[in-house]
Design a binder for this molecule. Structure first.
Ligand code: PFF
Length: 441
């Protein structure tokens, strides 16, 4: 077996895990789904899921990875002692990795395209700026070109391995992104006319706007944004080696991820309301609203913004590919190079479907692009199902003494709270919501 990679330091691990969690999910997806599902009530439900589903499963994935030092498929076998049914979570996770990265790369490509548009500068009325995004999205050649470039970057960084590739980049880029977002939020709240309305939109819940699809999406997004339910955190935990306080590491990652999503939401909705734009515009929201502001500030702000958005997407994209690659390295003895090229190449080809906006099929009673279908199915069903299996495994199957050796003490109140939530509340919540989403209850 090839030697497994290891993080260089505890801090490097936490930043890499945060780098996986913080990505397009926070800055692109959270604001747009908050807009689509009507604001405050959706945000509240989402925050609730982060606490009772996300945090407990994050701790569980890290424990499984750290303890087994294996990829998600091998991890369950290692801990259960035989070929085990629990491995299904690992297989489902690998499948989710394929699907998510294939559409993730398309949005990341759009962010990259906007770096170049920023250099040229944005101009014209808000309507003209909005139209520019549609031009990019519906242009097959450009979409494929940017998808290819993004996948090429992800593949080359993953070939470099965990310490040189993943850890080094996360250390520099995460803090830079936070500073820039703070600046944009500060502008939104204190200098734009939309700041107050944005805060009310995001934090004053109106439960009459909360549909059952909104609740399913809030659950799915809690998984997506924290990189949970597909073994990314199992994989990152497996490279840890050292002893570390896993609950605290999980709390740090969850906190950073949530703050960044909320900051991005405030910054973007401040602009939406300042320029009388449509909060429910959908997946194009950040590409349509921010450039209206950037038309006034110039490339000085817009170039760094889209550059950092691309980097945030890269550190997450890397973790999506790493899950699949680690399996072939650990279990099949492939070299990192071979594993990355073959798996990255396959995902690239799958990604041609979501990259082409014109290819549409019937799904849930309407014509939809592969982009929308891949996103909906992986986020709302595959990740929660994977997460459910992980919660059941750690909550009910794993031995208590093994868990307690991972920096937990059975006398700590938070240990008992975590275990209780993980065993009862998390699985019940996930099962009810998935079944309801499938219209079975
Ligand atoms: N958490 C990432 C984001 O919010 O952009 C997306 C993601 C990365 C999902 C890795 C799942 C994953 F395993």
């Amino acid at each position: 077996m090839a030697t497994r990679g290891k993080w260089g330091s505890r801090m490097g691990f936490v930043l890499a895990a945060a780098g996986s969690a913080v990505g397009l999910g926070n800055i692109w997806k959270f604001p747009y789904i908050t807009g689509v599902y009507g604001g405050g009530a959706f945000v509240l439900v989402y925050l609730g899921f982060i606490l009772v589903v996300g945090l407990p499963i994050m701790i569980s994935e890290l424990i499984v990875g750290h303890r087994s030092e294996k990829n998600p498929i091998g991890a369950f076998q290692n801990l259960d002692g035989k070929k085990s049914i629990w491995q299904a979570a690992g297989w489902l996770g690998a499948a989710s990795g394929f699907i998510i990265l294939s559409f993730y790369s398309v949005v990341a490509g759009q962010a990259m395209a906007y770096i170049f548009k920023s250099f040229a500068g944005f101009s014209g009325s808000p309507d003209q700026i909005v139209a520019k995004f549609a031009e990019l999205k519906t242009n097959p050649l450009l979409s494929i070109m940017w998808h290819t470039i993004f996948m090429g970057l992800v593949i080359s960084i993953v070939i470099g391995g965990v310490k040189n590739g993943i850890e080094k980049w996360s250390k520099i880029l995460m803090p830079a992104l936070v500073v820039l977002l703070l600046g944009l939020t500060f502008y939104g709240v204190f200098f734009s006319d939309g700041g107050k309305t944005a805060l009310a939109f995001m934090f004053k819940p109106d439960f009459s706007k909360l549909s059952s699809e909104a609740i399913l999406s809030a659950l799915g997004h809690a998984f997506f944004t924290l990189s949970l339910g597909m073994g990314a955190m199992i994989t990152y935990g497996s490279y840890l080696g050292k002893k570390i306080n896993l609950p605290r590491a999980a709390l740090t990652v969850v906190f950073m991820d949530t703050i960044i999503a909320l900051l991005a939401g405030i910054a973007i909705f401040a602009l939406v309301f300042e320029y009388n734009m449509e909060p429910a515009a959908g997946p194009g929201l950040i590409f349509e609203t921010l450039p209206v502001l950037f038309a006034q500030t110039g490339p000085f702000i817009s170039v760094p913004f889209f550059l950092l958005l691309t980097f945030a997407a890269l550190t997450s994209g890397i973790s999506l590919l790493e899950v699949v690659v680690s399996y072939f390295i650990d279990e099949k003895g492939w070299s990192r190079l071979k594993s990355t090229l073959i798996m990255g190449g396959t995902i690239f080809f799958i990604g041609l479907l979501p990259a082409l906006d014109k290819i549409q099929v019937m799904f849930k009673g309407k014509r939809q692009s592969f982009f929308d279908i891949f996103d909906f199915v992986s986020t709302n069903y595959m990740l929660p199902t994977g997460g459910l299996i992980i919660a059941l495994f750690v909550g009910w199957k794993m031995k208590k003494n093994i868990i307690e050796s991972e920096n937990f003490n059975s006398k700590d109140w938070y240990y008992n709270a975590w275990r209780f939530i993980l065993r009862f509340i998390t699985p019940i919540a996930v099962i009810i919501i998935i079944l309801h989403g499938l219209e079975l209850i």
